[in-house]
Design a protein around this ligand. Structure first.
Ligand SMILES: Nc1ncnc2c1ncn2[C@@H]1O[C@H](COP(=O)(O)OP(=O)(O)O)[C@@H](O)[C@H]1O
Ligand SMILES: CC(=O)N[C@@H](CCC(=O)OP(=O)(O)O)C(=O)O
Length: 276
């Protein structure tokens, strides 16, 4: 076991709060919504990490470049042209715009992919029935939490693009919800981690078209029931799966809520869906 892995459980920071916030592609694609979200994110007066998606922008720019987007089970099939596309869009355009906006708001952000400082190593998803191409599954035990502790301890806020690497020179496209939950798990030995998934709906909804139907608390049994009733579909399913994975692995609290409710959702007065 590496020093990185052995040191963290005895860390004196055990009781410290760390917010890991994930922001999805629908918000990033809306400049006014993103600006409002980043202003609220800047106000969080605790250690924090931002993970952003950007699937919607990648699809839009891909169309302009003649690169068609294909998804299976919410994961983008990532061929050679697509990995170049998403490296440019996630690691460049989206990440650097967010970092620049945070700097303007007084948050000293550093934009990162999983390849930077080798923070998030991953494995290319093995080809079984489906070949996802350059898609990575995070190696959570290899996450360099000491490097992240260093940034956080020096008042620097990491901002992650949804890209990892295979440690053999290849960038891998990795779902942003999964990166957020993996970071939350890896840092839960050193911090009291609160993971908040922010998107454009009020939370997990009983009826997807009714924002007043927020489910305030969701456990596995209720989740199973909602799936059987076909009340959940598309992106919300992997998001909830990632949320349960984080809770199972010791993350203190996981919430799914509206990006506009970020400040409320960082208090006990939350408005979204609490996963338990
Ligand atoms: N019951 C539900 N409650 C909330 N969202 C739902 C529900 N069922 C399906 N969804 C869909 O899941 C989407 C969220 O997943 P996704 O698009 O992956 O989020 P993100 O914007 O974070 O990437 C919502 O935009 C919505 O269309
Ligand atoms: C492998 C895979 O599917 N990666 C995602 C990464 C972006 C993402 O997760 O963006 P959102 O949070 O905006 O959906 C993709 O390329 O769409």
């Amino acid at each position: 076991m590496s020093t990185e892995e052995t040191n963290h459980s005895s860390n004196e920071d055990m009781q410290n709060a760390l917010f890991i916030i994930k922001i999805g592609g629908n918000i990033i694609d809306n400049p006014a919504a993103l600006e409002a979200f980043l202003a609220d994110f800047s106000k969080i007066n605790a250690a924090k990490i931002l993970v952003h998606g950007g699937g919607k922008i990648a699809t839009k720019i891909g169309t302009q470049l003649g690169i068609e987007s294909k998804y299976i089970d919410g994961r983008r099939i990532t061929d050679d042209a697509t990995i170049d596309l998403v490296t440019m869009v996630y690691g460049g355009l989206a990440n650097k715009k967010i970092v620049a906006q945070l700097q303007a708001l007084g948050t000293n952000a550093i934009g990162l992919t999983g390849a930077d400082a080798n923070i998030i190593p991953a494995k290319k998803r093995p080809v079984k029935t489906i070949d996802y191409g350059w898609v990575g599954d995070v190696e959570t035990s290899g996450i360099k939490h000491q490097t992240l502790n260093f940034f956080l301890g020096n008042g620097i806020t990491p901002v992650f693009a949804p890209l990892t690497h295979d440690t053999s020179g290849h960038i891998l496209n990795t779902n942003a919800d999964t990166i957020a939950s993996s970071l939350a798990v890896a840092l839960s030995g050193s911090f009291k981690v609160r993971l908040i998934y922010c998107f454009e709906k009020k939370g997990v909804l009983e009826d997807v078209n009714n924002d007043a139907s927020v489910i305030r608390k969701l456990d596995r049994n209720y989740y199973q029931q909602l799936k059987e009733e076909k009340k959940l579909f598309e992106g919300i399913l992997p998001k909830i799966d990632n949320a349960f994975a984080a809770i199972d692995a010791g993350v203190s609290q996981v919430l799914i809520g509206d990006a506009r409710d970020l400040i409320k959702n960082t208090t006990n007065d939350n408005e979204g869906t609490l996963i338990y």
